[in-house]
Write a protein that binds this ligand. Sequence first.
Ligand SMILES: *[C@@H]1O[C@H](CO)[C@@H](O)[C@H](O)[C@H]1NC(C)=O
Ligand SMILES: *[C@@H]1O[C@H](CO)[C@@H](O)[C@H](O)[C@H]1NC(C)=O
Ligand SMILES: *[C@@H]1O[C@H](CO)[C@@H](O)[C@H](O)[C@H]1NC(C)=O
Ligand SMILES: *[C@@H]1O[C@H](CO)[C@@H](O)[C@H](O)[C@H]1NC(C)=O
Ligand SMILES: *[C@@H]1O[C@H](CO)[C@@H](O)[C@H](O)[C@H]1NC(C)=O
Ligand SMILES: *[C@@H]1O[C@H](CO)[C@@H](O)[C@H](O)[C@H]1NC(C)=O
Length: 417
Amino acid sequence: MGILSQLSIIYLLWTAMVFCQYEDYDFGDEYDDEPDHQHSYYFNPSPQAEVPRFPVPVECARECFCPPAFPLSMYCDHRKLKMIPNIPPHVQQLYLQNNDIEAVPAGPFTNVTILREINLSHNKIKFHMIDHGVFAKLSHLVQLHLQHNELEEFPFPLPSSLERLLLGFNKISQLSGNALEGLPNITMLDLCNNFLDDSVLKGKRFSVMKNLMQINLCNNKLETMPPDLPSSLMYLSLENNSISYIPENYFSRLPKIIALRMSHNNLQNIPYNTFNLPNLLELNLGHNKLKQLFYIPRSLQHLYIEDNDIEMINVTLMCPSIDPMNTKQLTYIRVDQNKLTTPMSTYAFFCFPHIRTIYYGEQNSNVNKSTQLRTPVFRRLLTPEEYDEAEDDHETHDQETEEDREEENNYFYPYFQ
Ligand SMILES: *[C@@H]1O[C@H](CO)[C@@H](O)[C@H](O)[C@H]1NC(C)=O
Ligand SMILES: *[C@@H]1O[C@H](CO)[C@@H](O)[C@H](O)[C@H]1NC(C)=O
Ligand SMILES: *[C@@H]1O[C@H](CO)[C@@H](O)[C@H](O)[C@H]1NC(C)=O
Ligand SMILES: *[C@@H]1O[C@H](CO)[C@@H](O)[C@H](O)[C@H]1NC(C)=O
Ligand SMILES: *[C@@H]1O[C@H](CO)[C@@H](O)[C@H](O)[C@H]1NC(C)=O
Ligand SMILES: *[C@@H]1O[C@H](CO)[C@@H](O)[C@H](O)[C@H]1NC(C)=O
């Protein structure tokens, strides 16, 4: 076995490990429509669930269901509840999603001792209807789901035990100065689909969240990159904002970034070395206004630059030199809806020896409204099945390719809407 293949096996093992480890933190596939059908009895045993050794008298709120098989969970979801029922002391997981709850008063939480997870998503909760400190006193709380509510402000104070906080699909346009403090264990913060703009984030110290691995800020109103992110960050989602530039060296403080999603922004010029990051695997810059490419780091596997203003892909620019001992890992490029008139130079295959698919799709050239390169999908090392598939793509070139979906699925699992 050659050194190269040994290296690639080690690399594969390494990525597999990384992904197994952080699978939980992968971004969701926001290109999918949200499934509306919810599982009424969603069982989510906590890894540290302490199952009592003796059968406890199963106390359960009248409005809810406490399955004998999962004695630490109380299910009160999909019941048109207007109020939070009283929570018995032994409950660890509380499911209250999909109700008409407007307020979070302290009363029902009086006897709570070991509550680890609350799902309050899909309700009508407003910030000022949350009793001050009601969450903060839940000292074992690890996950809090508040997505799809009517919060106008980032809820705080929160308990320092919190690890995952989901606030997507609210109306958050305010973030109190100290709201982010006291969350040393938080790893995942979802703020997509809110009303955040630059002024809200200005001066906010995200870096106090020293263990933050993923922050989702997609579908907000940001015009600049979020300030002061912690160096622990691995997944950054900023799609569908109005960001027009990335400051020089912005990512030098974020060396652990694995995936960056910035599609649907107004990016035009990106400083050449912006993405020279040692761990970057996925870079999504589709639907921007890019004219020029940039340096491709060795680790990058998937590059999405569709729907930009690129007239020519200068491979020398992406790959100024070839190091046979350290080959670039790029396998997939999506470049449809640009202004290309010719395919990439064959130098690309020396520089990116692992490339499997280049999706050219349709191009918007200046002269003719829509032209198509002779090979809308380039595939390397085609098996007969893949060849047939590529042939099919000729006919359906404007649709997402099979591989495309496959590639995305490899990396991104639904995040918690
Ligand atoms: C708390 O526990 C006490 C004693 O068991 C009980 O009387 C009271 O109703 C409980 N309160 C709530 C909010 O569950
Ligand atoms: C929380 O509720 C949402 C529905 O709003 C559901 O999709 C999700 O799976 C639930 N998550 C957990 C961990 O209970
Ligand atoms: C934070 O996480 C660590 C490691 O899991 C744990 O030991 C510690 O108690 C947590 N801190 C809080 C405030 O819960
Ligand atoms: C972008 O966000 C707007 C609301 O801010 C929404 O209407 C639109 O559907 C979003 N587009 C995409 C592609 O997510
Ligand atoms: C491609 O980029 C290289 C490096 O910046 C440059 O020297 C070369 O002129 C470019 N080629 C074209 C055709 O623009
Ligand atoms: C535009 O399209 C016409 C016919 O469809 C073709 O003759 C012409 O060469 C095209 N021009 C360019 C620049 O591709």
